[in-house]
Write a protein that binds this ligand. Structure first.
Ligand code: ZN
Length: 428
């Protein structure tokens, strides 16, 4: 097998460093800081120097990064790329200790549209953030080692399962086994040991589960990526790579990357795409660079938003579920998503903008339309378009096993998406 390209390795490292949206944001900020993007606090008054590059984080799980353009936003607008930091998973309930039949278990809720059966028989671990006494900022936490498992039921106790189909009850069948024993306080004890503090110093947390198996490259020629959370950390990664590549040349428009939490549950939160986070930030950018109230609207009228979220590649075992003329192939390049009922925000004009950038990057483009007899999914594109009133195109790389604990995409497509978004940011 050929050597893994640096970009693929870089993507796998980003995914591995990001078991939760909190980690995805922290890792994005760490990577951008190496390219002179410094943190900006929403609570401060902003004065922005020419060429300023900053990151703004809201509630630890959404991030906006920007690089001011060589022209004021009112003259050259914003070029924006959006993606999301969250993925479907199992999350701990507030009273998370469950003691049943001699087993210690986590009480869990399902976050988003998880493909539940893929969570069975995996080496799971725990990650998230914790609030500790005496510290204002939460601590990131990652146990790392295999810690728990949702064991499947032996076939001898359900002989028809392969023919009838597996039905998992969300309340009864999903609590993972964490240990043997009884009593209370074992979760607090685990967190205290991980964070190196006393158990009563842990005041609160947001914790979730993830697969401990590392992302990898596979296929005859290393053409596949097997990884958790490709939807949508692969798009977050592509947006960050494009920003870092394009910012040094200081193109005329102001470059913006918005990585949102809560897409998988509808984006309606204080830090989700349905919030005023991005709108407020763009307004502040115009004002902090000397623009007027009217300049805010002029800037938005000049702007383009690229909503990057993974797309459904054609599955060779289920090809009839795809629209025959709009079935994107793995390795066939980035996909433009179109839906006449505005489940995607793309129109002919915005599609052309994306295609032009792909052509400049010498990358092929595919188109996705859902079958007319199947309901179409959606993403942050239409939500952001409605919120900002900005011309928007929905795009994404083709993948399989979407919302599985371990998904599949093509490494070639990641390079193509990075090249296209970089060309777009560079004004090509
Ligand atoms: Zn997604």
């Amino acid at each position: 097998m050929p050597e893994t390209p640096a970009l693929t390795r870089n993507l796998l490292d980003y995914i591995d460093a990001s078991p939760t949206p909190f980690h995805a944001v922290a890792e994005a900020r760490r990577r951008l800081s190496a390219h002179s993007f410094t943190p900006l606090d929403e609570r401060d008054a902003w004065v922005l120097e020419a060429g300023a590059r900053h990151t703004v984080v809201r509630h630890d799980s959404s991030l906006v990064a920007f690089a001011l353009g060589s022209q004021p936003p009112a003259e050259a607008g914003f070029l924006l790329i959006g993606a999301h930091t969250d993925s479907p998973n199992l999350r701990l309930k507030p009273r998370a200790e469950l003691n049943r039949h001699g087993c210690r278990q986590f009480a869990v809720e399902v976050y988003g549209g998880a493909l539940l059966h893929t969570w069975l028989d995996r080496d799971l671990s725990l990650a998230g953030r914790a609030f500790v006494a005496g510290a204002e900022e939460p601590r990131l936490l990652r146990v790392g080692r295999p810690l728990c498992r949702v064991p499947s039921l032996a076939i001898h106790l359900d002989r028809e399962v392969n023919d009838r189909g597996l039905v998992l009850h969300r309340q009864n069948h999903l609590p993972p086994l964490v240990g043997l024993g009884e009593g209370e306080g074992w979760l607090q004890g685990l967190l205290a040991a991980e964070l190196g503090v006393a158990p009563d110093a842990i005041l609160g947390w947001d914790l979730m589960l993830h697969d401990t198996v590392a992302p990898c490259v596979s296929g005859l020629d290393g053409e596949f990526i097997h990884a958790p959370r490709l939807d949508n950390l692969a798009s977050c990664h592509a947006a960050l790579e494009a920003l870092v590549a394009a910012a040094p040349a200081r193109p005329a428009p102001t470059l913006v990357v918005a990585l949102y939490d809560h897409e998988e549950v509808g984006s309606q939160s204080a830090e989700g795409a349905g919030s005023a986070f991005l709108w407020g930030l763009l307004e502040r950018l115009v004002r902090a660079t000397g623009g007027s109230a009217e300049d805010v609207h002029r800037a938005l009228a000049h702007s383009l938003f690229v909503s990057a979220d993974m797309a459904h590649g054609v599955h060779p075992n289920y090809a009839d579920l795809h629209e025959p003329q709009h079935a994107p192939k793995l390795g066939g390049g980035p996909v433009i998503k179109i839906n006449t009922n505005q489940r995607y925000a793309t129109n002919a004009a915005t599609a052309l903008r994306f295609e032009r950038a792909a052509r400049a990057a010498q990358v092929p483009v595919q188109r996705f339309v859902m079958r007319s007899d199947l309901p179409c999914g959606s993403t942050i594109g239409p939500i952001t378009a409605a919120r900002l009133g900005v011309a928007t195109v929905d795009v994404g790389n083709p993948m399989l096993s979407m919302h599985s604990i371990r998904e599949l995409a093509s490494s070639q497509d990641q390079a193509a998406m990075v090249a296209t978004l970089t060309a777009l940011f560079a004004g090509r």
